[in-house]
Ligand binder design. Structure first.
Ligand SMILES: [Zn+2]
Length: 427
């Protein structure tokens, strides 16, 4: 029997183990925010991976956003050395999950198995992917104990809130140094037959318009900051949104609607803040002297970040020419450059071949509309041989009754296992 046939048999024989592992992970509620139970899930993974022969390290991201004694940012990195020195394949999964929200018919932390699906918050995004990568690695170690190189599995904090207490921290500490790690697979839920090469860029900014406070019965004695902001929004509708819709990309972004530049007006706040829900009084009459808008601009590999900023500044200048006393500021809040791994990169070619062999059809290449931890691996870690590949249906992420299919996890574990054979089972 060939190595691959052995591997497939090993993975199939681990079906119950895979189900139990996924359920165990789902039953540890690692909600972020605030970042609960990170230590518990790292301890669980520590026990599991130590038993499978991995050297483990628990790393707390001291001083990163949200890290405190009540909610420490714990991460785990597990490494198993092969018989000979060689390349390292790293599977990185985030251990945090987003808020449950409303509309569930299943227990979000119950890990219930119904008709081949395991339900729970984080089932597809991405504890199912984490479980599949562990099963793939464990099965590979049984069929190929004398492999060349190393396997790493990490469970990292805070992906859902930017990854600063997780992958960004580890990358700063050298865990994704190209001397240590050579191929990275992030088992995010991109569907089992698709390879995600990267993501669009992000530019968040806060735009503020200024006015002058006065009594609301005599608004002519003041200057209304919200009316100034209204003019900004109007100008965006007139010239910016249509221009963005024209900017199409060659990046294979999914869904199709995101295959262009986009801008979301995330929030607008002007004038008095809203009272607490239990406050029953009336507001006082004032002309607002400030209005703030947060914008979330997603951009393409074909665009420069300077061009993205300049478009917004141009809107402000156009409004300034038309309005008296128009004063404003534009402040950058956050930026991430777009990234797209080359289709010819070794990890892409390897996983594509494994998908074709497992699923009997060619792999599809996609790019994510939003960012994920790949941004830190390539920017801080300087490692660009990185993709997202994992089971689970992307559209179910963050929704009620989130689930992952057991067969999908098994199939993607086979793809991951075949990739390990391809990259590490060399004499
Ligand atoms: Zn995710």
């Amino acid at each position: 029997m060939s190595l691959t046939e052995n591997l497939i048999r090993e993975i199939d024989s681990r079906r119950d183990d895979l189900i139990e592992l996924t359920q165990d992970l789902l039953r540890i509620p690692t909600l972020n925010p605030p970042g609960e139970n990170y230590r518990d899930i790292c301890d669980y993974l520590d026990r599991r991976l130590s038993t499978s022969g991995f050297e483990t390290e628990l790393i707390r991201a001291h001083g990163t956003p949200g890290d405190c004694e009540k909610y420490p940012r714990w991460n785990i990195v597990a490494r198993r050395e092969g018989k000979q020195k060689g390349e390292c394949v790293h599977f990185n999964s985030h251990i945090d999950v987003v808020d449950v929200g409303h509309g569930w018919t299943k227990d979000p932390f119950g890990g219930e198995l119904v008709d081949g699906r395991i339900y729970g918050r984080g089932a597809c995004d991405m504890k199912g992917g984490l479980a599949a990568s562990i099963i793939a690695a464990e099965a590979f170690l049984v069929v190929c104990p004398d492999f060349t190189g190393a396997i790493e599995i990490s469970g990292t904090a805070d992906e859902e809130s930017g990854g600063y207490g997780g992958v960004a921290y580890l990358a700063q500490k050298g865990y994704f140094n190209p001397k240590r790690v050579h191929h990275v697979i992030i088992p995010e839920p991109l569907n089992k037959d698709r390879i995600c090469l990267g993501h669009r860029g992000v530019w968040w900014a806060e735009v503020e318009t200024y006015g002058e406070i006065a009594h609301g019965s005599m608004p002519f004695l003041g200057d209304c900051a919200i009316r100034h902001m209204g003019a900004v929004v109007e100008e965006m509708e007139k010239s910016l949104f249509p221009a963005l819709a024209e900017k199409r990309t060659d990046m294979p972004v999914v869904p199709e609607g995101a295959r262009q530049s986009t801008l979301n007006i995330n929030s607008i706040h002007g004038g008095q803040s809203e009272g607490d829900a239990d406050f029953t009084g009336l507001p006082s009459p004032c002309v607002p002297d400030s209005c703030r808008m947060v914008i979330d601009r997603r951009f393409l590999v074909e665009e420069d970040i300077e061009e993205v900023q300049e478009e917004v500044l141009q809107i402000m200048k156009t409004v300034e020419e038309r309005r008296e006393d128009f004063r404003y500021d534009v402040r950058e809040l956050h930026r991430v450059l777009p990234t797209m791994t080359d289709k010819k990169a070794p990890v892409v070619r390897t996983v594509a071949k494994a998908i074709e062999e497992t699923m009997g059809k060619p792999a599809e290449y996609v790019v994510s509309p939003g960012t994920y931890d790949q941004k830190h691996i390539d920017r801080i870690g300087k490692l660009d041989n990185c993709i997202a590949y994992g089971p689970g249906i992307l559209d179910l992420a963050h929704k009620p009754d989130e689930y992952v299919g057991v067969d999908d996890m098994l199939d993607s574990a086979k793809v991951m296992g075949r990739s390990l054979i391809e990259l590490l089972a060399r004499p």
